[in-house]
Design a protein around this ligand. Structure first.
Ligand SMILES: C[S@@+](CC[C@H](N)C(=O)[O-])C[C@H]1O[C@@H](n2cnc3c(N)ncnc32)[C@H](O)[C@@H]1O
Length: 348
C-alpha cells in the first residue's frame, strides 16, 4: 500500500497502518515489514568470512572527499583555519535546514526561478538556479523518496536479534538521535543517552525532530509489533565533548552513525576506544559509516555546499570492518544497507 502526498496528521499511525508507506513533504513514513520477519532482504550481510585474512595492502584505504562547502571556504578566507567543532556547527545547521524543507514547494519555487532567469538570459542566476534545482532534486530522491538517510528497514535489519533487556543505549555524536530512537523502539524499557557537543543538535536537530514520526518496534507485553513515537521514549541529551564524558562501563549498547569516517587514520584507534570505554561486559557496539560507491561520490559532489564542512572518508564494508577489527573488536554482524555500511561488534 503506497500513498503519495496523503499525509496523515499527528501521531495517529497505529497497528492499522502496518504495511503502509507515504510521503510527507519532508520525509517518508514507512510502516512496511512490521514484524521484521523478512527484513534481511534490506541488508547485504556478512560479505567477509574471516577478518583476520584482510590487510590494507589487499583492500586499499578509503576515498577522501576533498570538495569543501562554500560557507567554510568563505569563513576561512577571512578567519584562517576553521576548528573541527565550528565545522560541525556549520554542518549541523546546514544539514538540518534540508531535513525540514517542504520538498515539493521548494522544488516548484526553484524551477519557477530557473524559468524566470532563463527567459531573461541572466547567465549567473541561471547557473545558481540550476545548482539549487539539482541539489533539491537529489535530496528529494535520496532522502525523501528513497529514504536512504534514515533507511528504517535497513537499520532494523542491522539492529535485530540483540540479546538485551531494557538496554541503556549511548549514542556518540548523536545529532538528531534517529538510530537510538529506532533501537529503543525495538528494545524498549531502558534509557537512551544522546551525546553531541553541538548544542544546536539538542535544541533543533533532536528538539524539532517530528513527534509524529512513527518508529516500528515492539510491545514487550504482547510481543507484537508496535508504533513508537519520540515523546514516548526515555531520552536524555548531553551536550559535551565525547572526550569529557565521565560514564563508566554502564551501557548495553554504544552506537555511532557517521563518526569514524571523519577521523584520519592516526585518530581511528581513539574513536574505537570511545566505543569500548562505556560498554558493559557483554554489551554491543553498533557503528555505521557512509558507503564508498559512485552514488555517494556524486552525492557529496553535488551537495558539497550543504555537507562538506569536515574531514570525510567514504569506505567499503571491508575497510570499515578492518578498522573495527584492528581496534580490538570481534565483528558479530556486518553488511551494507542503502547508503551506509553497518557493523555490530564486541570488544575482543
Ligand atoms: C556526521 S554527524 C553524524 C551523522 C548524523 N547521523 C547526521 O545526520 O548528521 C557527527 C556528529 O558528531 C558530533 N561530534 C563530532 N565530534 C564530537 C565530539 N568530539 N564530541 C561530541 N560530539 C561530536 C558532531 O557535532 C555531529 O553532530
Amino acid at each position: 500500500m503506497e500513498l503519495v502526498h496523503g499525509h496523515t496528521e499527528g501521531k495517529d499511525y497505529t497497528e492499522d497502518n502496518f504495511g503502509w508507506t507515504e510521503l510527507t513533504p519532508s520525509y517518508r513514513v514507512d510502516l512496511r515489514h512490521p514484524s521484521n520477519e523478512d527484513i534481511d532482504q534490506f541488508i547485504n550481510a556478512n560479505v567477509v568470512a574471516d577478518w583476520s585474512l584482510l590487510s590494507w595492502d589487499k583492500i586499499g584505504k578509503p576515498f577522501e572527499v576533498k570538495t569543501v562547502a562554500k560557507s567554510k571556504r568563505d569563513w576561512e578566507a577571512e578567519n584562517g583555519e576553521m576548528s573541527v567543532k565550528t565545522s560541525w556547527e556549520y554542518f549541523n545547521r546546514s544539514f538540518h535546514d534540508w531535513f525540514v524543507k517542504d520538498m515539493p514547494a521548494a522544488l516548484s519555487e526553484s524551477k519557477k526561478n530557473l524559468r524566470k532567469h532563463l527567459s531573461q538570459f541572466h547567465v549567473n542566476e541561471v547557473k545558481c538556479a540550476l545548482g539549487e534545482t539539482a541539489r533539491l532534486s537529489l535530496w528529494n530522491y535520496a532522502h525523501r523518496i528513497e529514504d536512504g538517510v534514515w533507511d528504517p528497514r535497513g537499520k532494523r535489519a542491522l539492529f535485530k536479534g540483540l540479546e538485551v533487556d531494557k538496554p541503556r543505549i549511548l549514542f556518540l555524536g548523536a545529532a538528531e538521535g534517529y538510530e537510538a530512537m529506532q533501537l529503543q523502539a525495538m528494545y524498549p524499557g531502558g534509557e537512551v543517552v544522546l551525546v553531541d557537543y553541538d548544542e544546536f543538535c539538542k535544541t533543533d536537530r533532536f528538539g524539532l525532530f517530528p513527534e509524529s514520526y512513527p518508529f516500528l518496534g515492539i510491545n514487550t507485553a504482547t510481543n507484537q509489533p508496535k508504533v513508537w513515537y519520540k515523546d514516548q521514549m526515555n531520552i536524555h541529551y548531553v551536550v559535551d565533548d565525547i572526550r569529557n564524558l565521565s560514564f563508566g562501563k554502564e551501557f548495553d549498547i554504544v552506537l555511532s552513525v557517521g563518526l569514524l569516517e571523519h577521523f584520519p587514520d592516526e585518530y581511528k584507534h581513539e574513536v574505537m576506544d570511545w566505543h569500548r570505554k562505556f560498554l558493559k561486559p557483554g554489551g554491543y557496539v553498533i557503528m555505521t559509516t557512509p558507503r564508498k560507491q559512485m552514488k555517494s561520490k556524486m552525492f557529496y559532489t553535488i551537495m558539497a555546499d550543504v555537507m562538506n564542512h569536515t574531514y570525510r572518508e567514504l569506505m567499503d564494508i571491508r575497510q570499515m570492518g578492518l578498522y573495527v577489527y584492528e581496534g580490538g573488536f570481534d565483528i558479530l554482524r556486518h553488511g551494507y544497507i542503502k547508503v551506509h555500511n553497518g557493523i555490530v561488534a564486541r570488544p575482543r
